[in-house]
Design a protein around this ligand. Structure first.
Ligand SMILES: C[S@@+](CC[C@H](N)C(=O)[O-])C[C@H]1O[C@@H](n2cnc3c(N)ncnc32)[C@H](O)[C@@H]1O
Length: 240
């Protein structure tokens, strides 16, 4: 595996280039299933419907989780959106509905190095931002989540995995490794950025490094598998 794939500056550059088309592409590439997975992630947080909690959206992208968070929890407090790509933040701001804009704080930063205060978040969520980290970075990420959450607070993280053994695995791999790169080459001016999804999901594997990292950081961990493990939702709490 090319370790450069996980170099934060390289990852930020890839997402800067993808930012304008990211939303449309992620819906198309997943046949729309990604919206269901984001809802699943929000539900796994287990917050009460009327919650006024304030939390962090890690690797927030163009804010794909916010409609789901705010639809399920209309009274939710401030969401701090952390993303390393200025382009993804710019795309998020361009799309922000006026009613939502005041509820989001944008932080353009490397999540692995952010100095958000200890115990400052009532929840942490993340959708599809784990695969661009290697195992060592998963450990740093988990320590950061454990540090930022207040005692007793929940977290939920979802990611696309490589579900070896799933009956549809061969088709899934053809889709990620051949079909999507071809579509990108033909229709997006020969670009090769979204095509990296194949390498990242293979590197992510069965997500065990995330489970180990979260447990090592002292968080409770449960894993919910969706579509034979094509998506894995890691969720739990920081102990009191
Ligand atoms: C696949 S996108 C996910 C976006 C969104 N959460 C979603 O549901 O589609 C991954 C995001 O993680 C961000 N990212 C990658 N490494 C990061 C890091 N070290 N710190 C903060 N953000 C990072 C990228 O810039 C990108 O916007």
């Amino acid at each position: 595996m090319d370790q450069d794939l996980y170099e934060p500056a390289r990852v930020a550059a890839v997402f800067d280039r993808c930012s304008r088309r990211y939303r449309g592409w992620s819906s198309l590439a997943s046949f729309g299933v990604i919206h269901y997975w984001r809802r699943l992630c929000v539900a796994a947080l287990g917050l009460p419907r009327e919650s006024t909690a304030c939390g962090v959206d890690l690797m927030a992208g163009t804010g794909e989780l916010w409609p789901h968070l705010l639809a399920r929890h209309p009274r939710l407090g401030r969401i701090t959106a952390i993303d390393i790509s200025p382009g993804m933040h710019a795309a998020a701001m361009a799309r922000l509905h006026a009613a939502r804009a005041g509820r989001i704080t944008h932080l353009c930063a490397d999540m692995l190095r952010t100095d958000l205060p200890d115990g400052s978040a009532d929840f942490a969520v993340s959708s599809f931002g784990l695969k661009t980290f290697n195992a060592a970075q998963h450990r740093v990420m988990a320590r950061q989540i454990a540090r930022i959450l207040r005692p007793g607070a929940p977290y939920a993280l979802i990611e696309a995995a490589d579900p070896d053994g799933w009956v549809l695995h061969p088709l899934y791999r053809i889709h990620l490794d051949r079909v999507l790169p071809l579509v990108e080459r033909l229709f997006l001016d020969g670009a090769q950025d979204f095509a990296m999804l194949g390498a990242y999901t293979r590197g992510f594997g069965d997500g065990q490094s995330v489970v180990d990292a979260l447990a090592e950081a002292g968080l409770s961990v449960r894993v919910r598998r969706s579509f034979g493990g094509a998506a894995l939702c890691f969720h739990g709490h920081k102990p009191h």
